[in-house]
Each structure stands twice: as structure tokens, then as C-alpha cells.
Ligand binder design. Structure first.
Ligand code: FAD
Length: 466
């Protein structure tokens, strides 16, 4: 059964962000899709607190949603963020716009609301059947069967899964089954920093207590707090911090386990924020410290029998706000590969070839961005380079785009954004040598460098506003 026909039934493991969006894409092509999700239906049950409540949605994700007409639905609860609001230790705030153009913004979206919008859209196609509380336990690739556990009855049963698309997240059991079957090992690089979510309630009149149109950052060198707005007037703050520390003076989740130590640390390092964290003690005690890591997988598919997408194939650290955006771009690419192919092996091979290097590129850029967010944003040289980057974009829009813009506001392949970004960096470093202010930059030299070192960009990849 390797030929693609509309009567094929496709199985997707995981009804998270990638699984539910992919179901919509495939149903629109006429396929019947069976989705198995281990958690209960989020439309009927509360989801556990403290697990990345909101996400930054950017151009790649918006574009994918647009292809299935879902961007208007998501726009109803998406909050535009125009830049980074940097909070220093004295409580001063300064906005660093993301772009020289007002049109280029990213959006804060509520994970569960987004997931619900995608699940609704999948079911509305009448071709998608989502089975909640059904956990995939193992896969027998030779027989094309998966063993699933029904959480309601505790019963295990087999179900045919040919082809199987694994959208089952960073800890993907399908990836584990593939590793065993094909005899390879995915690389899992855990960061020695974790994260914990805290909340800022709305004001008594229901308003946001910080500027809602910014992604707030409290950069503190070795660690940082960030906060993203929610549509109900609240914010979700996330502390990114070392899990453990060998030096006692360096804060870590381990050294700040006791409530008094954690409160003291927050009061000292985030004095303007801490009074807004009304449930600091209880949330610190109750919310888990999340693990962050990068998954790089040498094989993404087994001929036409199974393929990995989203975090299952390439989990990345969240510092570029791209994991979901990249997963949505995967859905678009896999859908196109299926449309262009005659057989499943061909479709999965095309998809893998199109995405693997790009996934590695965004994984690298996401790791680099942690340093930028927690420390470089307060460095005056970084700020000068950022301003110069925006100025070069204004002066030479066909040639120069800051790397952040290429990743967040364009759909240029990530690998290309990374390649051009490295050239940008060399040009910027060269131009700011011995320079204190933007007016002192040699813009004739800048033109020469930009035009000789960077190919003109194709103007068709411009951003879309929700
Ligand atoms: P998931 O969303 O994890 O979905 C996987 C689904 O599979 C889940 O529903 C799970 O229950 C299900 N599943 C797992 N195992 C089984 C099983 N055995 N059987 C059945 N079902 C199973 N990305 C952004 O683009 N922007 C951001 O701002 C951003 N911020 C983030 C902040 C944090 C703190 C973190 C941790 C991540 C962030 N991300 C962000 C990344 C984003 O969350 C992921 O990239 C995205 O959720 C990947 O989607 P997915 O569908 O591949 O995986």
C-alpha cells in the first residue's frame, strides 16, 4: 500500500498543534484521517497549568494557517507584539521594535485556544476522526499496526496505521519505535536551563498591567524572565534559569527551591515585576520546571510507512519563538509533497529532503537567541548593530534583511536565513568598528558591502498581517 489514493486512511499520532493542523490539510485533499491523542479533549476538560500557555505566532505559522483559511479565526485571540520591552534592574523600560516597519509584528496566541480552533476546523471537514485519551504505546512496522491504550477502560488494542504520521511531540514514542526498528539514535541535547511559568493577573478593571503590545524581557545575563500578553488581560511570565549551579552565588532552580529564597531573588532581580506576580509562592511550588532541549534525528521516515513532523522530528529550544511556526511550515510542506507525489515513500522522502537542513538551521539559531535575549539586548554594541541593521534594510531593502526579520517575518528557508545572517553579521561588525553612533557609519562602504556580498532578495516573500 504505497500508492497514494484519496481512499487512503491516514493515521496521525498526536492532536497537538502540528497533528491537528495537518489533519485539516489532509482532509482538504480528500483523505480520511484518524487522529489518536493521549490527553482528553481540551474543549471539555481543563489542561494542566504551567505548560507554555502562550506562544509567539509569526509569518511562517500565519502563512500555513492562511492556506486553510484559519488565520481569521486565530486573529480573534491573537495579540500583536511590536517589539521587545526591555526591563532593567532599576525598573526602567525601553522598547526595541522588531522591525523598521509597523507592519512587521509577531502575535501572542493562547496555546489551548489555538489547539481548539485547529481541532474544530479538523472536525468540520467531516473527514477527521479524533480519538482522545488513546495513547500510542508501540508500533509494529512490519504488520502496519500500532498498540494503543484506551485511558477510559485501561484496555490495550491494535489499530492499523498505514501510513502513520507522528506528530507526537518532543518525546515522540513513534520516533523511539523508529530508532529501534532502523537501529539509529536521535541526538537529544538537553539545555542545563529549565523554565517555570508564573502569572500576572489583569487589573481590577480587566486591563493588562504592562504594555500588551510587546514581548517583555527582564534580561539578567545568565538568565531571564519574559512575559507575553493574553487576551483576557493577563500575562504569562516565564523564568528561564539554570537547573543547578556549582557556584552557590549563581541562582538556579535548585538553589531557589525554598519559597523565601525564590521570593527574595525575584524581589531583588525583578523589582518592577514581582509585585505583579500575585501567586508567586503557590505557582513556584506547584508549577513544574520544564525541560528544554534540541532533538536532531538522522532519519525522519521509514519508506512510506511512517514519517515524523513537528517536535517529534526536530524539537528546538523556544528562544526564537519558532517551534510551532516551524511545525506549521512542516504541515504545509508535507501537504505539498503528498500532492506532488504518486507514492507515500516518495512523498515522505520529498518532505524530509525539504525540511531536515532547515530544521537544523532553526535549531542552531534558536540556541544562539538565548544569549541574545538574556544578555546581548542590554549591550550597547548589540543595540548599535540592531539599529544599523534596520537602517541598512531601509536603505537597501532588496539586499539586506536582519536575520530576525528573515526568520520571523519572511518565509525564506531557515537555512538561507542562517547563511545570509552570517554575512550580515560580518558586514555589521565591519561597519561598526570604531563607531559609537549610527550617524558615524560609512554608508557608502555599507552600500558596497551589501550589494556585493548579498544577492538581491525575491520581494514575493513579504509578511502578511493577520
Ligand atoms: P506538541 O504540541 O507537543 O503536540 C504533541 C501531541 O502529541 C500532544 O498533544 C501530546 O499529548 C500528543 N502525544 C504525545 N505522545 C503521545 C502518544 N503516545 N499517543 C498519543 N498522543 C501523544 N513555538 C513557537 O512557535 N513560538 C513560541 O513562542 C514558542 N514558545 C514556547 C515556549 C516554551 C516554554 C516551550 C516549551 C515551547 C515553545 N514553543 C514555541 C514550541 C512549541 O510549543 C512546539 O514546537 C509545538 O508545540 C510543536 O507542536 P507539535 O504538534 O509538534 O508537538
Amino acid at each position: 500500500m504505497s500508492e497514494i489514493s484519496e481512499t487512503s486512511v491516514i493515521t496521525i499520532a498526536g492532536a497537538g498543534l502540528a497533528g491537528s493542523l495537518l489533519a485539516v490539510f489532509l482532509a482538504r485533499r480528500g483523505f480520511h484521517v484518524e487522529v489518536f491523542e493521549r490527553w482528553p479533549d481540551p474543549r471539555r476538560h481543563e489542561t494542566p497549568a504551567g505548560r507554555s500557555i502562550n506562544l509567539a505566532l509569526a509569518e511562517r505559522g500565519i502563512y500555513a494557517l492562511k492556506q486553510v483559511g484559519l488565520h481569521h479565526r486565530v486573529a480573534q485571540f491573537a495579540i500583536p507584539m511590536r517589539g521587545r520591552m526591555i526591563h532593567d534592574e532599576a525598573g526602567h523600560q525601553a522598547l526595541q521594535p522588531y522591525s523598521s516597519s509597523d507592519r512587521e509584528v509577531i502575535y501572542s496566541v493562547h496555546r489551548v485556544r489555538l489547539n481548539i480552533a485547529l481541532l474544530d476546523a479538523a472536525e468540520e471537514t467531516n473527514r477527521v476522526h479524533i480519538h482522545f485519551r488513546q495513547e500510542l504505546k508501540s508500533v509494529d512496522f512490519d504488520r502496519g499496526l500500532a498498540v494503543l491504550l484506551d485511558h477510559a477502560s485501561g484496555r490495550e488494542y491494535s489499530s492499523p496505521v498505514l501510513p502513520l504520521i507522528a506528530a507526537d511531540g518532543a518525546g515522540s514514542p513513534v520516533r523511539a519505535a523508529l530508532e529501534k526498528y532502523l537501529g539509529f539514535e536521535a541526538s537529544i541535547e538537553l539545555l542545563d536551563h529549565g523554565y517555570q511559568e508564573l502569572s500576572i493577573r489583569p487589573s481590577p478593571s480587566g486591563q493588562h498591567r504592562l504594555n500588551p503590545n510587546a514581548l517583555h524581557i527582564w534580561p539578567r545575563g545568565g538568565y531571564m524572565m519574559i512575559a507575553l500578553p493574553n487576551a483576557d488581560g493577563s500575562f504569562t511570565a516565564t523564568l528561564f534559569l539554570a537547573n543547578k549551579s556549582d557556584q552557590t552565588e549563581r541562582p538556579s532552580f535548585a538553589s531557589l527551591e525554598k519559597p523565601a529564597a525564590f521570593r527574595d531573588f525575584c524581589n531583588t532581580r525583578f523589582p518592577d515585576l514581582t509585585p505583579l506576580l500575585e501567586r508567586l509562592d503557590s505557582e513556584h511550588a506547584e508549577h513544574p520546571v520544564g525541560v528544554l532541549g534540541t532533538v536532531r534525528c538522522p532519519q525522519w521516515h521509514l519508506d512510506g510507512r511512517a514519517v515524523l513532523i513537528g517536535d517529534a522530528a526536530h524539537a528546538i529550544v523556544p528562544f526564537h519563538g519558532q517551534g510551532m511556526n516551524c511545525a506549521f511550515e512542516d504541515c504545509l510542506t508535507l501537504d505539498a509533497a503528498v500532492a506532488e507525489s504518486k507514492s507515500w515513500p516518495q512523498a515522505f522522502a520529498r518532505f524530509t529532503a525539504a525540511r531536515r537542513d532547515n530544521a537544523n538551521a532553526i535549531a542552531d539559531m534558536a540556541l544562539e537567541n538565548y544569549l541574545e535575549m538574556r544578555s546581548a539586548v542590554i549591550d550597547s554594541r548589540f543595540q548599535l548593530k540592531r539599529e544599523l541593521g534596520h537602517e541598512l534594510e531601509r536603505r537597501h531593502p532588496r539586499h539586506f534583511l536582519p536575520r530576525y526579520s528573515m526568520v520571523m517575518f519572511q518565509r525564506l528557508p531557515y537555512r538561507e536565513a542562517q547563511r545570509r545572517g552570517a554575512i550580515n553579521e560580518r558586514i555589521l561588525e565591519h561597519l561598526i568598528k570604531g563607531v559609537e553612533r549610527l550617524e558615524q557609519v560609512d554608508f557608502d562602504r555599507a552600500r558596497e558591502l551589501v550589494e556585493t556580498q548579498l544577492n538581491p532578495l525575491d520581494g514575493s516573500e513579504k509578511a502578511i498581517i493577520l
